[in-house]
Design a binder for this molecule. Structure first.
Ligand SMILES: [Zn+2]
Ligand SMILES: [Zn+2]
Length: 644
């Protein structure tokens, strides 16, 4: 007999070879019925605390596990989704008998499976596959695991080049395979105990995907889906996807005439007049807040000699992402970052300890080479403005400076209506410059600065920049997605490499510490993020067109022009729609453009010298004196109101 402990359920003596599920049944039948997998609780097993295992695993020594049910949301949903990819593959095999399967992992919010087939896969086929999956789920087939030799596995997957390649990549001589119903797959697991645990699912889309993500390889078919523990969850998810589709910044960018892309410059956005209004409004606010904090703005060249990038370490660590040009036989690079340019500005003068901290800001245009496959609207582009700043200070000032940057970031985010964000601290990576001692010091300064603000943070081991550890801010948008925007990096290495100094109180030259920091990250991406967060309904202070005047007919053009002039005089971004169209058509057009305020002008308004306001949000209508509207409007703008 051996002893097994199941966390929260208790301990029990069992026969050697009893499965975890059987042991759970002896302790608590109800929990056992809900169980999906087990998590290793002690370190003995494979030395892997936290590893997830099948419930069918037969226990041969004293062990402890915790039982995973749908309550352990993150772990459970990924097991459920991955298991559903097996179910989908089994169904695909029925619909497309020639299918050769590659990989089928769970991903955030779902799963996919890649496979090769000679046929075209249509939306209609997805419905056929779904029907087949429902049958498989109803059968409640168990997922059975077995271990076989590589040799046997290769026989089993004969004719499937993808699985053969995967088998060859596995270390050791044994591989694990899983069978449920009529389908056997190469997989390390774990899976739900049986197919019936899938309570709701939906196949979402078909796409093409290269084997191993490499464009030199064969293009496979990828079907995406998502699985859930209840139909309510599925419904909620579908609503969220629908909102995400409507909020896609590429669509909104077209509707609001903000930006476009052209094949003549792939990955390089073109900003239209409305886009420039939005971008300049963002930057004006940014400059205002930075001026308050004592930042001075500079501008440095886009092209800088290769030598400089060799000194900075970018040549060794970042070359793949850079563009290069030749001028008069000399080699130059287009800057991917603003730091070396800023250092040259710092070095152009002598500095004394009395000047520190020196905060130098640059809204610098940077270029970074991104693979064409990852480009995505404004979210992933090849050139963008980084709202950069570098702080040069003493080591003693570093903590206070980092803390101030955290405060500034918080204020600016709230100004844009982002109340939710979290912090992550990334530490020493493998590819790095500087000594271990420098890294330790830098990491502890960042930790203390976060803690001094009473904030929580997550640690990302080994994820720091090559020149220093960093704090990242992850903003949460209205679709509950997170976006890494601000970053604060502490750097002892670059001041060393560039030999920068200040004169100390002791009349001796000292090395300053350098803090790299950005609040919004890429302005282009931030524009995309704002458009999606607000589904295009930007708060009035950000809206490219804030007010549109809609005369009911041409009889009121004159009064409309008067109102237009009065509003324009107040520096409000106003337009007038004098097209010969019905009012309802004009309103519809203004709604597509998501203009916050519509001013309707007709007979009654002209007679009483008023205007009628229709707000985009809520759409309520009221007649109001022009002066009252302006003071209401000013209040909304000055307080950056998002609800108005
Ligand atoms: Zn699997
Ligand atoms: Zn920098």
């Amino acid at each position: 007999m051996i002893e097994i402990e199941l966390k929260n359920l208790g301990k029990i003596k069992i026969e050697e070879g009893t499965s975890i599920l059987e042991a759970a049944r002896m302790l608590d039948k109800k929990i056992a019925d809900q169980a999906l997998a087990a998590e290793v609780f002690d370190e003995k097993r494979d030395g892997q605390k936290g590893a997830l295992l099948d419930l069918s695993l037969r226990v041969t020594e004293n062990s402890s596990f915790s039982i995973i049910t749908s309550e352990n949301r993150d772990k459970a949903i990924s097991i459920l989704n991955h298991s559903t990819s097996h179910i989908m593959a089994e169904a695909i095999k029925k619909v497309f008998p020639d299918a050769k399967f590659a990989i089928g992992p769970s991903i955030k919010d779902g799963f996919y499976y890649d496979f090769e087939t000679k046929k075209n896969v249509s939306a209609e086929d997805l419905r056929l596959i779904e029907k087949e999956m429902k049958r498989i789920i109803k059968e409640d087939n168990r997922f059975e695991k077995s271990e076989v030799s590589k040799e046997k596995a290769k026989k089993l997957f004969k004719g499937n080049p993808y699985k053969i390649e995967l088998i060859n990549d596995i270390e050791g001589n044994k591989v694990s395979i899983y069978t449920s119903g009529d389908f056997t797959d190469l997989c390390s697991g774990p899976h739900i105990p049986s197919t019936g645990k899938v309570k709701a699912f939906k196949l979402l889309s078909v796409a093409g995907a290269y084997w191993r993500g490499d464009e030199k390889n064969k293009m496979l078919v990828r079907i995406y889906g998502a699985a859930f523990f209840s139909s309510e969850e599925l419904k909620e998810h579908m609503e969220k996807l629908d909102l995400a589709k409507r909020s896609d910044h590429r669509k909104i960018g077209r509707d609001l005439d903000i930006f476009s892309f052209n094949y003549e410059a792939p990955g390089f956005p073109f900003f239209h007049p409305n886009g420039m209004v939005l971008m300049n409004t963002i930057l004006d606010y940014w400059k205002e807040e930075h001026e308050k904090e004592g930042y001075k703005e500079i501008k440095t060249p886009i092209l800088l000699s290769n030598e400089l990038w060799k000194t900075s370490g970018h040549w060794d660590n970042y070359k793949e992402n850079m563009y290069f040009v030749k001028i008069d036989e000399n080699d130059f690079a287009i800057k991917p970052m603003n730091c070396p340019g800023t250092i040259l500005v710092y070095k152009s003068n002598q500095h004394s300890y009395r000047e520190l901290p020196i905060r130098i800001a640059e809204l610098g245009l940077v270029h970074r080479h991104e693979k064409s496959g990852v480009l995505h609207g404004l979210f992933r582009v090849r050139s963008f403005i980084q709202d950069d700043a570098h702080i040069f200070c003493t080591e003693d000032q570093a903590k206070e400076e980092v803390s101030k940057v955290i405060g500034l970031t918080d204020r600016i985010y709230k100004g844009f209506g982002f109340d939710k964000y979290h912090l992550e601290l990334s530490t020493m990576p493998d590819k790095r410059i500087g000594t271990d001692q420098m890294w330790e010091k830098a990491e502890s300064i960042l930790k203390e600065a976060i803690e001094s603000r009473g904030l929580d943070y997550v640690i990302n081991e080994g994820e720091g920049a090559f020149y220093g550890p960093k704090i990242d801010f992850h903003i949460q948008d209205c679709l509950e997605r997170t976006w890494q925007c601000a970053t604060i990096q502490l750097d002892f290495a670059m001041p060393e490499k560039f030999d920068i100094e200040y004169m100390g109180e002791d009349n001796i030259r000292h090395r300053p510490v350098m803090i790299h920091r950005t609040v919004l990250g890429s302005i282009e991406r931030f524009v995309g993020l704002l458009l999606e967060h607000y589904s295009g309904n930007l708060p009035p202070w950000l809206a490219p067109v804030q007010v549109i005047i809609l005369p009911i007919s041409e009889k009121f053009y004159k009064y409309g022009a008067n109102v237009y002039e009065s509003i324009k005089k107040e520096d409000i971004r106003v337009e007038i729609d004098n097209r010969v169209e019905s009012l309802s058509k004009k309103i519809k057009q203004a709604e597509i453009k998501k203009i916050p305020y519509m001013v309707i002008i007709g007979k009654n308004e002209e007679k009483t010298g008023t205007i009628t306001i229709r707000k985009k949000i809520g759409g309520d209508i009221k007649e109001i004196k022009l002066a009252d509207f302006m003071s209401e409007f000013r209040n909304v703008i000055e307080n950056k109101k998002t609800v108005y």
